[in-house]
Design a protein around this ligand. Structure first.
Ligand code: MG
Length: 186
C-alpha cells in the first residue's frame, strides 16, 4: 500500500539528517550573510537564519536533501553497488550528479539562486569548505552542494524580499506625502 507522506515528516527528517551530518542552520545562515551583506547594509544574522528556515519549507529542496544525504550515508557504509559506490565515495570531480541535483533544487528561487549556487560551488564558503575538504571518514559528496543550494535559495529570497520591503516603504512614504498635501486630487 502506498503511504502518503506528510510534508511535516519530510521537514523533520531533513532537519534531523542535517543535525546528524554535523551541519547547523546557523552555519548556513552565515553563508547567506556573507553573500547578501554587501547589498543590504542593515542585514542581520537573524534575518539570514529566518530565510534559511523559510526555504527549508520548500518540498523540492527538502526532497533533494533527503536523496543526496541518503546517498552519502549509503556510500559511507559501502552499501551502493559498483561503480556508483566508488564514484560517490571518492567524490569524483567529473561525477556531476551532486551538483545537478542541487542546481535543480534552487531553480524555484530564480536567477540569483542559480548564480549564487555557482559562486558557492566554486569558492566553497564557510561550512561548505569544511564539508568539501573530505577530512575524517565521512562522505559529503552530495551534502556540500546541498548546503550551497540551501544557502543560495535563502540568499535569493533575501534579495527579493528586501526589494519588496523597499518598494512598500516607498509606497507608504508616497501615500503620506499625498496625505500631507491635502489628499487625492479630485
Ligand atoms: Mg559535491
Amino acid at each position: 500500500m502506498n503511504r502518503k507522506v506528510h510534508s511535516k515528516e519530510i521537514h523533520e527528517a531533513v532537519l534531523a539528517r542535517l543535525n546528524e551530518r554535523g551541519v547547523r542552520l546557523e552555519e548556513i545562515a552565515e553563508i547567506v550573510y556573507v553573500m547578501q551583506r554587501p547589498y543590504h547594509p542593515h542585514l542581520t544574522h537573524a534575518a539570514c537564519l529566518d530565510s534559511v528556515k523559510a526555504v527549508l519549507g520548500k518540498r523540492e529542496l527538502l526532497h533533494a536533501l533527503l536523496v543526496g544525504i541518503e546517498l552519502d550515508m549509503l556510500a559511507e557504509k559501502g552499501m551502493l553497488s559498483e561503480p556508483l559506490q566508488s564514484l560517490v565515495e571518492a567524490d569524483e570531480g567529473l561525477f556531476g550528479c551532486d551538483e545537478t541535483l542541487s542546481l535543480g533544487a534552487v531553480l524555484g528561487y530564480g536567477s540569483i539562486a542559480v548564480t549564487t549556487f555557482g559562486h558557492l560551488d566554486k569558492h566553497k564558503v564557510g561550512v561548505i569548505l569544511r564539508l568539501d575538504t573530505k577530512q575524517g571518514d565521512g562522505v559529503h559528496t552530495f551534502l556540500d552542494d546541498l548546503v550551497a543550494a540551501v544557502a543560495a535559495s535563502a540568499s535569493s529570497r533575501i534579495a527579493h524580499k528586501s526589494r519588496d520591503w523597499q518598494e512598500s516603504e516607498e509606497e507608504q512614504a508616497g501615500e503620506s506625502e499625498t496625505g500631507e498635501s491635502g489628499g487625492a486630487a479630485g
